[in-house]
Design a protein around this ligand. Structure first.
Ligand SMILES: C[S@@+](CC[C@H](N)C(=O)[O-])C[C@H]1O[C@@H](n2cnc3c(N)ncnc32)[C@H](O)[C@@H]1O
Length: 152
């Protein structure tokens, strides 16, 4: 998998653009996490985490007794997240390099999942969503912030 396959790129300008976008939408994201019941001590997955801006906020929300698992295809984005994780001392963030188009061969029982601006980029959104069963516990809550129909 090459870095160029993500249509918007994974270069520094895209990392900065996602940071700006994250700051613009942060209040909405925080409200969605509240409605989903995300709380201290939980394990939350950030699916298609990108450079991990939401991952870091979620790590602050769940605290050191919780865990955030960032799943992302781009090594370059994950390098950014890993360096922020070290800089901020958020060792309860786990990073997994995975391509959602290949199916998720992972087993977790996470309490919740956050997925923002990812579904429009995967080949088969239905396959990605049905694959979540293997990484969420029974009764887990999920929150999507998506442009599911990209043409809109
Ligand atoms: C617009 S960015 C959003 C990043 C992050 N969720 C955020 O809110 O800033 C889309 C992300 O989806 C990831 N992505 C796209 N297709 C993917 C795939 N097949 N598997 C894993 N990640 C994918 C990209 O690498 C990129 O990080």
């Amino acid at each position: 998998m090459t870095e160029t396959e993500y249509v918007l790129g994974t270069h520094d300008e895209e990392i900065a653009r996602l940071g700006l976008q994250h700051r613009v939408w942060l209040a909405h994201a925080t409200a969605a996490w509240g409605r989903a019941g995300f709380a201290e001590g939980q394990t939350i997955i950030d699916l298609g985490a990108g450079p991990g801006y939401a991952t870091i906020e979620l790590a602050r929300l769940v605290g050191p007794q919780g865990r955030v698992i960032a799943i992302e295809r781009s090594r370059r984005f994950l390098d950014h997240l890993e360096s922020e994780r070290a800089r901020l001392g958020l060792s309860h963030i786990d990073v997994i390099e995975a391509d959602l188009d290949r199916g998720l061969d992972l087993r977790f029982a996470a309490d919740g999942l956050w997925c923002r601006w990812v579904v429009a980029f995967v080949r088969d959104p239905r396959q990605v969503i049905s694959g979540l069963r293997g990484i969420l516990r029974e009764g887990a809550r999920v929150a999507f912030h998506e442009y599911g129909e990209y043409k809109t």
